[in-house]
Design a protein. Structure first.
Lengths: 298, 312
């Protein structure tokens, strides 16, 4: 039997054409600020100051970037952020998986109440000051641990991992290995972890980006400039306008100095987003998958 | 052996706990974390009812009851701060609830997959921009003299632009729409996932019945995502008093405080600002947490009665 192809009516085509135009416009609007920043960062100080940059770089150059790399604060911030990201994420993922596996075992006595202990923290918490007091009383203020320990487990991410383990690894597998005398620990290390590759990838990315973009913990708990992550320096330069005099080393006078200070801000934004933007295309599908698993949290 | 039922259960429980001991071992460190950094602070909430002094510590400080809660409610700032918080979050709720849905529905209608994927990728990117960078970009681009905004106004009208960033009433708009820019793509993912798993047969049936694409959106797509949308709405409503600290704090300046001072920033200033008073600050914060908690429980209950969907 010949299957008749359902033809698309003219009004449907018009509808889709309108949507196409609208969505393309949206894409341009959303992308424009990012393009503007990128283009400004590669322009000259005077072009940025006099507002000549609209879409493409004007008087292409790398002066903004050269000024950044001469700046020790940015380099310190980069180094610290990398450290917090790597060490922090390792701890995050380890703790999260260690919690997710037992909680996926519904046959474990107390699984319900313990799960409740975790999820309760999603709707109620001690708040800013009590948490600060805990960090202070543990003598963690102004140490690297204040950046890593508070928030070491994100219950949201833990639920994603738990849901994945519960739904993707069949009960039969556990029973089969138990018959062979496999212990829970061995099962976890030899079966669950290898099979959880994709969810581990997802939570690793979530945690890593979280660390890279993190500002609050440093803001609350750190005082020592040598420990500041990049975001704190970014805040000082971009928002508080505290442009370090040593950064802007130029002989041409005040106007040129101000131009370079402004140009520097654009270049700094690009540099701060660089790691994220580089990894992004490769990991986009993992992130999307993570949201989907999280949505079916059940 | 003759053992009565409850006794057997108890004995079985002990055995099961023993058998599961490795699982508990795995849970040990995570639970330690949870207790230290989540539950101990809840214990510390009691300083909201005490006259906390650092020397006396949490336990040693004397009780004063609801004194600081009363102080907060009678504070001449109270109403303004509450209104600012609600204004920003209800505005945000109203707009940012619908936009990801509309975006997902529109993207789903496209047959041109290239455009679809490109727009998706573009709208996902702002989600990964950090709060500091976002506010930095806003400050740079909206600068009335050297920013994109300033240059555009200068070019079009020849007159110097007014400083938007200094206008208090502009704050809610800036806060909400930059949030939309940042999260509309990310927020649409959930709906895209729901739509992707929608029933093809329903669509075909509708097409055979002569429904236009638009009609199919209304009658097939929207019902498909309705359960997801309700859950998201519950979550959003429950968080109505939960205006985050970071972004507001970074967007505040001395000029827009009358609109930009919200509960979370007030809590911060009361603890670390000029007249530091940890007890007072904790009381305000606790007020906020309790309201949030009651809200999300209520909204969930209401949703349970009205529809079949709820969080738990």
């Amino acid at each position: 039997m010949k299957v008749k192809k359902i033809s698309h009516s003219a009004s449907d085509n018009r509808f889709e054409a309108i949507l196409l135009v609208a969505l393309c416009t949206l894409g341009v609007i959303v992308a424009y600020p990012l393009i503007y920043v990128l283009s400004s960062s590669f322009s000259s100080p005077s072009a940025v100051m006099s507002g000549k940059v609209w879409l493409w770089p004007v008087e292409f150059g790398f002066e903004g970037y050269k000024a950044i790399f001469k700046n020790s604060q940015v380099l310190i911030g980069y180094r610290n952020s990398l450290f917090y990201m790597v060490v922090g994420t390792c701890i995050n993922v380890a703790l999260t998986m260690c919690a997710a596996y037992p909680l996926s075992r519904t046959d474990m006595p107390g699984q319900g109440p313990i799960m409740l202990l975790f999820t309760f923290t999603m709707i109620f918490s001690g708040g800013m000051i009590p948490t600060y007091l805990v960090v202070k009383n543990l003598h963690l203020l102004n140490t690297v641990w204040s950046m890593i320990l508070p928030g070491a487990i994100s219950v949201h991410n833990m639920i994603i991992a738990r849901t994945f383990i519960h739904n993707s690894i069949p009960q039969e597998m556990l029973e089969a290995t138990q018959i062979e005398g496999c212990s829970d620990a061995q099962y976890f290390v030899r079966m669950v972890l290898p099979l959880s590759g994709s969810v581990i990838a997802v939570i690793t990315l979530y945690y890593a980006i979280g660390h890279w973009n993190a500002y609050f913990n440093a803001f609350m708990y750190l005082n020592d400039q040598n420990l500041y992550p990049l975001q704190i320096f970014l805040r000082d330069i971009l928002i508080s306008n505290k442009v370090d005099a040593s950064m802007v080393v130029i002989d041409d006078g005040a106007a040129a100095k101000e131009g370079l200070a402004e140009l520097l801000k654009y270049s700094l934004i690009v540099v701060a987003m660089l790691p994220v933007m580089i990894i992004y295309p490769f990991v986009q599908k993992h992130f999307v998958k993570g949201v989907m698993i999280g949505a079916v949290k059940g | 052996m003759n053992i009565s039922k409850p006794y057997t259960n108890r004995k079985g429980l002990g055995k099961r706990i023993l058998r599961a001991r490795q699982l508990y071992l795995f849970l040990l460190l995570p639970l330690v974390y949870l207790i230290i950094f989540q539950y101990v602070p809840m214990f510390g909430l009691q300083i909201a009812f005490k006259e906390y002094s650092i020397s006396k510590g949490i336990i040693g400080s004397p009780w004063i009851g609801f004194k600081y809660f009363e102080k907060f409610f009678k504070d001449y700032n109270f109403l303004r701060i509450l209104v600012n918080t609600l204004r920003v979050s209800l505005y945000s709720l109203a707009v940012s609830f619908f936009i990801p849905i509309v975006l997902a529905l529109s993207l789903n209608c496209l047959r041109n997959t290239k455009v679809k994927k490109t727009v998706q990728t573009i709208t996902y990117i702002p989600h990964f921009v950090s709060t500091v960078v976002l506010v930095g970009m806003v400050n740079q681009m909206l600068n009335p003299i050297i920013g994109l905004y300033g240059n555009a106004v200068q070019a079009i009208t020849g007159v110097r632009a007014t400083d938007i960033l200094g206008i208090p009433a502009a704050f809610p708009h800036l806060y909400v729409w930059t949030g939309i820019w940042q999260n509309m793509g990310w927020g649409s993912i959930i709906y895209m996932a729901a739509l992707a798993s929608s029933d093809q047969e329903l669509h075909e049936a509708a097409q055979i019945d002569g429904a236009s694409r638009f009609q199919r959106v209304i009658h097939v797509d929207i019902p498909t995502i309705l359960p997801t949308a309700i859950i998201m709405l519950i979550l959003d409503c429950g968080r109505v008093m939960n205006v985050g600290f970071e972004k507001v704090y970074l967007m505040q300046n001395s000029l827009n405080l009358s609109y930009s001072e919200v509960i979370s920033t007030y809590v911060y200033k009361m603890a670390f600002g000029g007249n530091s008073n940890f007890s007072y600050s904790t009381a305000v914060g606790m007020f906020n947490s309790v309201v949030n908690f009651v809200l999300i429980m209520s909204v969930n209950q209401i949703s349970k009665r009205v529809s079949d969907t709820s969080l738990w």
